[in-house]
Design a protein around this ligand. Structure first.
Ligand code: NAD
Length: 486
C-alpha cells in the first residue's frame, strides 16, 4: 500500500480559476473506515451563477472550434488522467472505499479511454446526405452543440461518470458546468488544476455541493440549455419537473435492476463466476449489477448451491488492499437501506437466505455479500433496485415466463441470458426490453458502444457516437438557388 501523503484538493473550477467554495462545509468520509477525510466547502449560489455565466460566455468561442481543436483538448485531458492515474485511483479508493487495485486497473484506464474515444469520434461523424429535396433548393444538416450543459453525477464511479458526461459534451462543442456527488468530489477536484491548464476558461466548470442546493440551482437557471443526470429515478423526476419550466433538454441515466436468465443448458461454472463477479462488483452499487437471477428448474438447485459457496468466498474488509474484491457501501445510510431491504425480504416465509444477509461487524459501511433464493416475481426485493451486494434467485420452468418476468420491471437498463444454445439465447436477447443484453456474459462495456436505458431507467445514451448525437442538435440549412443557369 502506498503510504505517501495524498493531497486532497478542495478548490472548485470556475471560469478557468481554482477557487475555494463559499458555501456550506461538507464532511467527506472514507466509507471503509467511517472516518472523515476532508471538509469541502460547497459552491455558494453566487458561485454557481458565476460558473453558469462563465460557461455561457465561453460557448460562443468553444462552439466555433473545429473538431480537431476540441479533440486535442480531450487528448490532453486523457494524458493528464494517465499522468495522475496513481493518485487519482488512491483518491477514488479513499473516497468510495473501493479496492485500490481495482480503481487503478478498471476505473482510471476507462476514464482516459473515454476522453480518447470522443476525441476520435468527433472527428469522423457521419450523417444524412446533402441534396436537392425541393427543386432549386439545396438542403444539408448540421449537428451543432446545444449550449451550456449542466452535468450531475452519482457517487458510484465518480471519475468515470465525470468522464462519461464531460467528454461527449465538450467534444460536441458545448460548455459544461459539472457537479459531482456531494459524497465523492475528491477525484474530479484533484483533476481540476490540469483541466484548467488544458481547457479554455469557462468551457468546463466544476462546482461541488448537494442536489437540493447546487444541483437545483443548475437545473433552474435559464442559461443552462441541457441537463445530464446519472442518478436515481426520483432525482430524474425532480429534474424533469424543474427543467420543464425552461424547456431544457434532458439526458437521464437512472437506475437498473438487471435480470439474468439462466437456462438449463447454461455453463454452470461460467454463470456462477459471472454472477460472483458482476453481481457484487463495486459492492453491487452499479446500475447494471447482475442482481435478479431467473434460473430454470433443471439448473436451479445446483446454481443456488454453487452460487452460495462462491459468494461466501468473496473477500472484503481486509487490511491488505490486494485481498479485497469489493468495498463497503458509500454511506451508513446506504448500508442501512440495503439491510432493511434484506430484512423485509427475509420476513417473507418463502424467501431463503443462502449466504450473507447481515451488516459486517467492524468499522466501515460493509454489508455481507448476500444471496437470497425462493424469491417471487412480485417481491419487493425482486422489483426494486437495492444498489448493494444482494442477488436474488427466482425459479422458472418455461422460458417465455422468464422473459415476461424479466421484462416486468420499471427498469430497462441491462440484462443477460446464459445458455449453451446460441439460437435460444439470441431469441431471448431479441425479446428483452433493456438497453443492453449480454449473452453468456454480463457487465462489460466498450467506449464505442451505447450505454443507456429504456422505461424508467431513462433515455440518454452514454458512450459511443450516439452520445455525441444526444449532446448536439440537428439543424437544417436550406439554400435557394435563384434562376437556373443552365
Ligand atoms: P442520486 O439521484 O441521489 O444523486 C445523483 C446526483 O443528483 C448527485 O450529484 C445529487 O447531488 C444530484 N441531485 C439529487 N437531487 C437533485 C435535485 N433535486 N436537483 C439536482 N440534482 C440533484 O443518486 P446517487 O445516490 O448518487 O446514485 C445512485 C443512483 O444512480 C442509483 O439509482 C443508480 O442506479 C443510479 N445510477 C445509474 C447509472 C446509469 O448509467 N443508468 C449509473 C450509475 C448510477
Amino acid at each position: 500500500m502506498d503510504e505517501t501523503p495524498l493531497c486532497v484538493c478542495s478548490e472548485l473550477l470556475i471560469d478557468g480559476q481554482p477557487v475555494a467554495g463559499q458555501g456550506a462545509l461538507e464532511t467527506i468520509l472514507n466509507p471503509a473506515t467511517g472516518e472523515a477525510i476532508a471538509r469541502i466547502a460547497e459552491a455558494s449560489s453566487e458561485q454557481v451563477g458565476h460558473a453558469i455565466g462563465a460557461a455561457h460566455q465561453a460557448f460562443d468561442g468553444w462552439s466555433r472550434t473545429t473538431p480537431q481543436q476540441r479533440a486535442s483538448v480531450l487528448l490532453a485531458i486523457a494524458d493528464s488522467i494517465d499522468a495522475q492515474a496513481h493518485s487519482l485511483a488512491r483518491l477514488e479508493a479513499l473516497n468510495c472505499g473501493k479496492p485500490l487495485h481495482l480503481a487503478r486497473q478498471d476505473d482510471l484506464p476507462a476514464c482516459a479511454d473515454v476522453f480518447r474515444f470522443f476525441a476520435g469520434a468527433v472527428r469522423c461523424q457521419t450523417g444524412q446526405l446533402a441534396g436537392e429535396y425541393l427543386p432549386g433548393y439545396t438542403s444539408w444538416v448540421r449537428r451543432d452543440p446545444v449550449g451550456v450543459v449542466a452535468s450531475i453525477a452519482p457517487w458510484n464511479y465518480p471519475l468515470m461518470m465525470a468522464a462519461w458526461k464531460i467528454a461527449p459534451a465538450l467534444a460536441a462543442g458545448n460548455t459544461v458546468v459539472f457537479k459531482p456527488s456531494e459524497h465523492t468530489p475528491l477525484s474530479i477536484l484533484a483533476l481540476a488544476p490540469s483541466l484548467a491548464e488544458h481547457v479554455p476558461p469557462g468551457v468546463l466548470n466544476i462546482v461541488s455541493g448537494g442536489g437540493e442546493g447546487v444541483g437545483n440551482l443548475l437545473v433552474s437557471d435559464p442559461r443552462v440549455r441541457m441537463v445530464s443526470l446519472t442518478g436515481d429515478i426520483v432525482t430524474g423526476q425532480k429534474i424533469l419537473q424543474a427543467a420543464a419550466r425552461t424547456l431544457k433538454r434532458t439526458h437521464l441515466e437512472l437506475g437498473g435492476k438487471a435480470p439474468v436468465i439462466v437456462c438449463d443448458d447454461a455453463d454452470l461454472e461460467a454463470v456462477v463466476q459471472g454472477i460472483r463477479t458482476y453481481g457484487y462488483y463495486n459492492a453491487g452499487q452499479d446500475c447494471t449489477a447482475a442482481c435478479r437471477i431467473y434460473a430454470q428448474s433443471g439448473i436451479h438447485d445446483r446454481l443456488v448451491s454453487a452460487l452460495g459457496t462462491a459468494v461466501a468466498s468473496l473477500r472484503f474488509a481486509h487490511k491488505r488492499d490486494a485481498d479485497n474484491e469489493l468495498g463497503p457501501l458509500i454511506s451508513a445510510r446506504q448500508r442501512d437501506r440495503v439491510a432493511s431491504f434484506v430484512e423485509r425480504a427475509l420476513g417473507q416465509p418463502h424467501i431463503e437466505r443462502v449466504t450473507g444477509a447481515a451488516v459486517h461487524s467492524g468499522p466501515g459501511f460493509y454489508y455481507q455479500p448476500t444471496v437470497l433464493a425462493g424469491c417471487r416475481q412480485q417481491d419487493e426485493i425482486v422489483q426494486r433496485e437495492v444498489f448493494g451486494p444482494v442477488v436474488t434467485v427466482t425459479r422458472f420452468d418455461d422460458l417465455a415466463q422468464a422473459v415476461s418476468w424479466a421484462n416486468d420491471s420499471e427498469y430497462g437498463l441491462a440484462s443477460s441470458v446464459w445458455s449453451g444454445n446460441l439460437d435460444r439465447a439470441m431469441q431471448v436477447a431479441a425479446r428483452l426490453q433493456y438497453g443492453c443484453t449480454w449473452v453468456n456474459s454480463h457487465f462489460l462495456l466498450a467506449s464505442e458502444m451505447p450505454h443507456g436505458g429504456l422505461k424508467r431507467s431513462g433515455y440518454g445514451k452514454d458512450l459511443s457516437s450516439d452520445s455525441l448525437q444526444d449532446y448536439s442538435v440537428a439543424r437544417h440549412i436550406m439554400v435557394h438557388h435563384g434562376q437556373a443557369l443552365f
